[in-house]
Each structure stands twice: as C-alpha cells, then as structure tokens.
Design a protein around this ligand. Structure first.
Ligand SMILES: Cc1ncc(C[n+]2csc(CCOP(=O)(O)OP(=O)(O)O)c2C)c(N)n1
Ligand SMILES: [Mg+2]
Length: 575
C-alpha cells in the first residue's frame, strides 16, 4: 500500500460519490487536488472545469444539479476565492441545490494563529459560511477527509437539498499517508441514495380526503423537479381530472399544452389555487410567491383542506395548516397516493370548472400573442424573442432565464414542453446566473440544446464566463435583451414615484454584447426585429460554439412587461 496525498484521497471519495466534474480555479493551496486530477481524472472519469469567477462556478454547479439530478462540486482558495464563492452558495441555498463546496486555508499554523496578526489570505470564512449554507465544517486531520466528505454529501442530499461547505487546510491536502481499501465507501453505504416513501397511514388519510373532495388542485414546487415526479403528477391528475398548477420553479411538470395544466402567472392558476376544496401541495413550501399558501391566492383554511407532500419534515405546515402530511420522496409518495385513490374511487372526468379555467387562460394567451404579432416591429418587444425561440428550439432544449423584466416576458411567452427544461433562480432572483446556469446545464446534458434569454444588466454580471464556454467548447445560444438599462428597477421607480423626469441611476453606456462576445471567441450577431432573429438563430446554431445575439428591444415597452402587476402584488402580499 503506497502513501497517497490528501488531494488524491479527496478525489477518490468524490469518485465513490459518482462526481464527474469539479469546478475550480487553480490555486497553490490545493495543488495536490489538481495533481491527482491530472494523473487520475481520466481513469476516474472526473473532469476539471475552470471558471473565471468562483460565484459563477457555484451557479454552474446549481444548474448542473437541477438538470442531472446529481450533486455538484466546486472548490475555491482561501480568502478571496472563498469570498467570491459565497454569493453563489447563498443563491444555491435559496434554490435548494446540493452544491458541495470545498475551500482551503493557508497551512494550518498561519490560518489558525495569524488571523489578527496580518496573515495573508486568512479569514474566518468557516464561520462566515455557516449561516449561508446547510452545513459548514472543517477537516482537521488527513484521516478525517472521507468521514467529513461523507457528512458533506449526506447533509447536502438529505431532506430539502442544499449547499454545504467543507474547509480543508493546505497541509491536510498536501500530506501523504496510507489509504486502506475500506477508507473510501460507496454512497449507498453512508447515506440514503433514495428518499423513502410516506407512512401508509398518512397516505390513507390523504386518499380519504381526496375521495371526499370535489374540486382538487395539485400544486407543484421545486421538490417535484428534484424527485423527477412529473409522470406521477400527470397520472394522479388525469385520474382525478383535476387542475395542476406549479410554481415558476416547477414550471414544466406538465407541458403548457396539457389540458389540465395552468400557467404559473395566469389568473386561472390563481382561481384553481383559491377555489379548490382540497390542495395537494407537492414539494412546495408555499412560500412568498405563493402568497404563503393563504388567501387571496389560496382558499381560507376553514374551507380548503391541504395535503402536503415533502421530503423535508420541517416543511410540513410551514405556512398553512395541514390536514394530511406525507413525508417522503414525491415520486414514490404520488405512486402510493394514486394507488390508494384508485382503491377508493373510479377515475373522474375532467372537473367541469376546468372548461371555465381554460377559457380564461386561452383568452389571456390570445391577448398576449396579439401583442407580439408584428414581427417587423423595430425595435422588437422583449416577448418576441421568446416566441421566435419557441419555434426554433426543439422540446428537449434547456431554456435558461435571467434578468429583471426580461424574465417576466420570458415567463409569459416561453412555452414549456417538458420537465427539467427551465432553469432560473426564482427563489433568489439572482442576476448573473443565466450564463453560468447555461454552462452547468450544458455540462449536465451535452446532447440537449441550451439557450438563455437574459437582460443586458444580468448578462454583465458574469460575462467573463463566455471564455469558459469557448474554452470548454460548450455550444449554447445567449440572446441578450438590450434595453440599455436596469429595466425592472425603472418599473419600481415608476410605480413608487411616477416619473416625468429622466430615470435616475438606471441607464448603461452603450455596449455591443455581440462584439464583446466575438472578441472572446464566440459567434456574435445583432438584431433589431423578431423577423431578423430567426435567421440569426440558424447561423448561431450552425456556428456550433457559444453564440451571443444582441437583440435591441423597445426600452420603453420593457418598463411595463406582462405580469408586472402580479409580481408587485405577490411581493406586497396584496392581489
Ligand atoms: C445580483 C443582483 N443584483 C441586483 C438585483 C436587483 N435587480 C433586480 S432586477 C434588476 C434589473 C435587471 O436588469 P436587466 O437584467 O437588464 O433586465 P431588464 O429588467 O432590463 O429586462 C436589478 C438591478 C438582483 N436581483 N440581483
Ligand atoms: Mg435591461
């Protein structure tokens, strides 16, 4: 048995967990991880992905977890690398993404004893990370590396998933010692690789409530996507003939075209939520954008019953009293529940209310479509980008959203056709996630087209990652909606003050995003109309490399996107 470095031991533990890529910017404190990756990476099937900013690495990891259903690993150096990484982890925490972050310190004597003595790149980041992630711990000795990494993955993937942080000092990574074969365990020996089903008694209680209910609403959140439970949602809904609604985060659980599915920002969705006499909430905390699961978006608790399905016991009854609590994996619990329902009642036809809800939604859709019908309009409306993209990309494409009002247009005009096809930072609204999310999505699904529609301000936050995408040969198409401004904040200024005077603090200097991208090795294109966008997309796809399309949008119209009122209402708590 030969001695191996802490770096190699880390790699062997990550391999046992099935990790395929590590996002990290090279640093002296973890050179022995890089040495092991260079030597063993090809054999273990683990790649190094070098980003240009640590926060972007965490965002890429966040998206990777959503599309692949697996955890992601990012590394950052002591001090500055850790500081940059923090922002991305805070976002991953809000989004419930199992990103495992490893940071270093300088060699222990300097890191431990010289914090206040002027040590270089020394900071108390173990403590700083603590409230930002699910768990933050430190490896004090070489032989503790496997145990601590096991705890990191166990915590990241248990209950509500989330990011964790493990600090491993330079000297622990560099040290060599013997690694007996039983030191590294496969994942199934140290954590639940699958979440369990629910207690059958709770399932029976829920099925009894369903039997007694007339109008039922299945409302889906993040947990449905994490569990891959879309088929099970569809089966139960089709058996019950009931409306399905989703949070924006779980958009795609059913395709928008499904007759039982209602769009997250339509009035029909709110009607389904509020009028149902029983809501089955699956993998949703019923948080702020659901108006806390309370009136006016949902019904009065005296009248409307709640069946709640969640892997995380602390989510039960979080924002609204619950009548049956089903703790377990959404996919398994929905199967249990469907079976229990089938034992109690025959299949129901679509509830008569659905025709009414559909009519309202269809009229709303027609109005939205009419508003963007003129494809020669110059400059184009932001929504026209989405309608052109709907026709251009196939149903397997991953659609990434970023920006302020650009995102509201995206939510209203994108048509979702399958689960795990939309990536957006809905819970944190973190500008700049678009490009790194596209990178993470592409790494997770190399055989799916990836495109991103982003606001110009949002794009500016992580523009440098175009170089990462070019270097790693990750074809993707980024369409930048250029209004030259922080458009959504203009809407806020208008709402609060009305505004006749010039905008205060919102406008950018002119930037040609296509030219900046071309200078970084991308394909670049510039369009001003919806009609020009289609051929531009064709050329971008043919270029087979990262492409940036600068789309000039109507800046005035961008201040007032569809759904602005609903956004303001949900955030103010009043519909
Ligand atoms: C990292 C971050 N900083 C600031 C904000 C606040 N914010 C929300 S929307 C917005 C403007 C976005 O502008 P842009 O991306 O150009 O999209 P537009 O609204 O113009 O369509 C700002 C500054 C945020 N959500 N995230
Ligand atoms: Mg903008």
């Amino acid at each position: 048995m030969t001695d191996i470095t802490g770096g190699e031991l880390i790699l062997r533990c990550l391999h046992a967990e099935g990790v395929r890529c590590i996002h990290a910017i090279p640093d002296g404190t973890y050179m022995m991880v890089l040495e092991a990756l260079e030597r063993l990476g090809p054999e273990l099937g683990i790649e190094l992905i070098v980003p240009r900013h640590e926060a972007a690495a965490a965002h890429a990891g966040d998206a990777y977890t959503r599309i692949s259903g697996r955890p992601a690993v990012v590394m950052a150096c002591a001090g500055p690398g850790a500081a940059n990484l923090l922002a991305g982890l805070m976002c991953a925490q809000a989004e419930g993404s199992p990103v495992v972050a490893i940071t270093t310190t300088r060699r222990s004597p300097v890191a431990d004893d010289y914090l206040q003595q002027g040590g270089m790149q020394v900071s108390a980041h173990l403590d700083i990370f603590k409230p930002a992630v699910k768990w933050s711990g430190k490896v004090a000795h070489w032989h503790k590396i496997p145990e601590m990494l096991r705890h990191a993955f166990r915590t990241a993937l248990s209950g509500r998933p989330g990011p964790v942080h493990l600090l491993i000092p330079e000297d622990v990574i560099g040290r060599k010692a013997k690694c007996p074969p039983d030191m590294v365990w496969p994942a199934h020996q140290y954590r639940l690789v699958e979440n369990p089903p629910a207690d059958p008694a709770a399932v029976a209680r829920a099925a009894d409530l369903i039997r007694a209910a007339d109008l039922i609403n299945i409302h889906c959140g993040n947990g449905v996507e994490r569990s891959g439970a879309d088929t099970e949602v569809r089966r139960l809904a089709e058996y019950l003939g009931c409306p399905v609604t989703t949070t924006i985060r779980a958009w795609g659980t059913l395709p928008d075209s499904h007759p039982l599915c209602f769009h997250p920002t339509s009035m029909s969705r709110i009607a389904a939520n509020s009028q149902a006499d029983l809501v089955i909430a699956v993998g949703s905390r019923l948080g702020e954008l659901n108006m806390w699961g309370r009136p006016p978006m949902f019904g009065e608790p005296e009248r409307q019953k709640l069946v709640q399905i969640d892997t995380e016991p602390t989510h039960i009854g979080l924002n609204r009293p619950v009548h049956a609590a089903l703790v377990g994996d959404a996919k398994k619990v929905l199967r249990q529940l469907t079976e229990a329902v089938q034992q109690r009642i025959p299949q129901r036809a679509a509830h008569p209310e659905i025709a009414e809800l559909r009519a309202v939604q269809d009229a709303w859709r027609r109005e939205l479509d009419q508003a963007v019908a003129d494809m020669d309009r110059r400059p184009m409306l932001t929504g026209q980008i989405l309608t052109v993209c709907n026709d251009f990309f196939d149903e397997n494409a991953v659609f990434v959203m970023d920006g302020g009002n650009t995102t509201l247009w995206s939510i209203h005009y994108h048509r979702v056709r399958r689960a795990r096809s939309v990536v957006y930072s809905m819970n944190y609204g973190h500008l700049g996630t678009g490009l790194p999310y596209a990178i993470g999505a592409r790494l997770a699904a190399p055989d799916r087209a990836v495109y991103c529609v982003t606001g110009d301000s949002a794009f500016g936050f992580n523009l440098q990652e175009l170089e990462t995408a070019v270097r790693r040969r990750l074809p993707m198409i980024i369409i930048v909606a250029v209004d030259g401004a922080y458009g959504m904040e203009k809407s806020a200024q208008q709402r609060l003050f009305g505004r006749d005077a010039d905008w205060f603090g919102h406008d950018h200097a002119p930037v040609r995003y296509d030219q900046a991208a071309a200078a970084m090795g991308c394909h670049g294109a510039y369009v001003e109309t919806g009609n020009a966008l289609k051929p531009a997309l064709e050329r971008a796809a043919a270029a087979d490399k990262p492409a940036v399309i600068h789309a000039v949008v109507d800046a005035q119209a961008n201040v007032d996107p569809p759904g602005s009122w609903l956004w303001a209402a949900a955030r103010s708590g009043r519909l």
